[in-house]
Design a protein around this ligand. Structure first.
Ligand code: GTP
Ligand code: MG
Length: 149
């Protein structure tokens, strides 16, 4: 089924929000199939955000994402891409609804704590970009019958 790439950005790691953020996706019921702490090169950050390369904030964005370790997550489940973005909330944390990760945990667009893929195609693209093949672990949680009918 569908897969999304979610990433706790360097501010989320530095602020000690890793457990809190992973916990929200775990509780929702998506299957965690990839997880690692990683400090990325500017090449990888640029490739990840290549659609934004013409934006004036692009150099600052690359600097932000490469400024410290991130936590990379791969999540699986029906509708995970759109649902993860709902859990994450609007790009500007001041506009993000309370109850969302950005709405609860941030105040600035340039420090918005977490990333989520914006389409299933980008989910696949980004998982392939951030994870080696053997770092993705496909498994069937035994609780699945209690989560899905
Ligand atoms: P991601 O999940 O990180 O992709 O965020 P998004 O999909 O909500 O927003 P988008 O893809 O448009 O932008 C990617 C990231 O660039 C944002 O999450 C911000 O960290 C950053 N960004 C976007 N717009 C601005 C801006 O106007 N100023 C600054 N400083 N950063 C921005
Ligand atoms: Mg985006």
């Amino acid at each position: 089924s569908e897969r999304s790439y979610v990433m706790i950005k360097p501010d989320g790691v530095q602020r000690g929000l890793v457990g809190e953020i992973i916990s929200r996706f775990e509780k929702k019921g998506f299957t965690l199939i990839g997880l690692k702490l990683y400090t990325c090169s500017s090449e990888l950050a640029k490739e990840h955000y290549k659609d934004l390369s013409s934006k004036p904030f692009f150099p600052k964005l690359v600097e932000y994402i490469t400024s410290g370790p991130v936590v990379c997550l791969a999540l699986k489940g029906p509708g995970v891409v759109a649902s993860a973005r709902k859990l994450i909330g609007a790009t500007n944390p001041l506009q993000a609804e309370p109850g969302t990760i950005r709405g609860d945990l941030g105040i600035e667009t340039g420090r918005n704590v977490v990333h989520g893929s914006d389409s299933p195609e980008n989910g696949e693209r980004e998982i392939a970009l951030w994870f080696k093949e053997d770092e993705v672990c496909e498994w069937e949680p035994s609780m699945m019958p209690w989560l899905r009918e």
